[in-house]
Design a protein around this ligand. Structure first.
Ligand code: HEC
Ligand code: HEC
Length: 381
């Protein structure tokens, strides 16, 4: 009899133990009684890589709520997780990913790939990621995408003014290739990229950079580097009182949802994208009066970033009178050299080669295109 009771108890404990290993991740909340071993999240570097099985890696998972202090360097993503937000699928184990950063940095900044992070093979024959993306903050207010505010910020901070959104804070966004990018790429390719940062990186490496597909270790390297560009609490320009309020509310279930909302109101969770058309009548233009000085800024910080000395394009732009006159003459003509045309639609040829990405309205306003026109007109005189 004793043996049977013992056996039943044993079976019950085995069932309980087994049940515990199937924790429902989606509804999992941490509280003070949660055991540290249960706070595992799928954090292995390859946890979400294509065709890889999920693995749980507990190296850095335990969160100590009582000692959580916020300072200017505290990652926004960490604060959100403290407030009960689920970690994004592109999370990486920080301990593992810190060794991968050099690999990703070499790919993003130099366009070169090797396991040591020095030299190596080119990812693309034509571009590096920074041909089209900054890796620094580029907006004075992170919740607003305004091309004129960005242009002025770029000038003050010595940055180029580009078609791609900065990679600074890209890990904090929740969707990618937003708005009208739906129209540009095959839905089969873009759908996964809109909800998954790894897919977004891969899509851009192939389609935007016209390069080869990244290997798993290269992709994880790029992602590890992008995590070094994540938003910190300091980037949100919060008052001390607000920081204190967040720190005090970390543990308070009644305040968490509101605090999450408050933090998210301080930066964009997606970079908006609206395509534009060239004006119906090129001579009349968009109708705004151009500002030549502002046009010069755009020319220097944007067009010349790629076209000066043939950096990323065979088509060379400089400050000579001849170039100014050429650009002015073609601006209002239906040719492949019309700025109205290339700014709105980009410039593509068939096949794998360099091309010019279009500017969305969030990246260059119609007013700014008129400013360029005014600049070429003034410099042609
Ligand atoms: C020829 C230009 C170009 C190059 C080179 C390029 N990109 Fe992009 N990338 C774009 C454009 C344009 C978008 C469209 C969305 C946006 O950034 O606003 C984009 C989007 C992205 C996005 C999604 C951003 C978002 O918030 O929607 C990521 C991530 C990205 N690129 C990563 C990379 C990486 C990594 C590389 C280098 C391997 C790279 N890109 C190279 C032009 C480029
Ligand atoms: C991200 C890099 C980049 C930026 C920024 C850029 N371009 Fe381009 N542009 C290119 C590339 C690449 C081509 C393709 C031409 C080639 O084969 O080299 C191109 C093509 C062109 C062409 C057509 C050239 C031809 O041979 O038909 C014009 C005109 C042009 N760009 C003007 C501009 C102007 C004006 C600006 C600023 C508003 C600008 N570009 C900004 C990369 C860029």
């Amino acid at each position: 009899m004793k043996n049977i009771t013992f056996a039943i108890l044993l079976i019950i404990s085995v069932i309980i133990l087994a049940a515990n290993t199937f924790i429902d991740k989606n509804n999992f909340k941490i509280n003070e009684n949660t055991e540290s071993s249960a706070v595992c999240r799928p954090q292995s570097i390859f946890c979400y890589a294509k065709n890889k099985t999920q693995s749980t890696d507990c190296a850095t998972a335990f969160i100590d709520k009582n000692n959580f202090k916020i300072n200017e360097n505290t990652p926004v993503a960490e604060v959100l997780q403290q407030l009960g937000e689920a970690a994004p699928s592109h999370i990486q184990n920080k301990e593992i990913s810190k060794d991968l950063v050099v690999i990703g940095e070499n790919i993003v900044l130099n366009g070169l790939s090797s396991k040591t992070g020095e030299g190596g093979r080119r990812q693309s024959k034509h571009f590096v990621c920074t041909s089209c993306h900054n890796v620094q903050r580029e907006d004075p207010v992170l919740s607003v995408s305004n091309p004129q505010a960005r242009l002025e910020y770029a000038q003050e901070n010595g940055l180029p003014f580009l078609q791609g959104t900065t990679l600074h804070g890209v890990v904090n966004r929740e969707s990618w290739y937003n708005g009208d990018y739906n129209k540009k790429y095959d839905p089969e390719k873009i759908k996964p990229a809109q909800t998954n940062l790894r897919e977004a990186i891969q899509l851009c490496a192939i389609e935007c950079a016209q390069g080869r597909e990244l290997k798993d270790w290269e992709l994880e390297g790029v992602l590890a580097y992008l995590w070094t560009l994540e938003l910190k609490m300091d980037d949100l320009n919060l008052s001390d009182a607000d920081l204190q309020r967040i720190e005090n509310g970390i543990d308070d279930g009644a305040q968490q949802a509101e605090l999450v909302q408050f933090i998210k109101s301080k930066y964009s969770q997606a970079s908006p994208a609206t395509f534009t058309d060239q004006p119906d009548n090129l001579k009349q233009g968009y109708g705004q009066k151009g500002d030549a000085d502002n046009g010069k800024l755009i020319y220097d910080l944007s067009c010349k970033h790629c076209h000066e000395n043939g950096r990323y394009s065979m088509f060379v732009l400089d400050d000579s009178k001849m170039t100014m006159r050429f650009m002015k003459r073609n601006f209002t003509k239906y040719t492949r050299y019309s700025t109205y045309h290339v700014a709105s639609y980009g410039y593509t040829t068939n096949g794998k080669r360099q091309y010019m990405p279009n500017y969305t309205l969030e990246r260059m306003s119609n007013q700014q295109i008129e400013d360029l026109r005014a600049y070429f007109e003034r410099e042609s005189r």
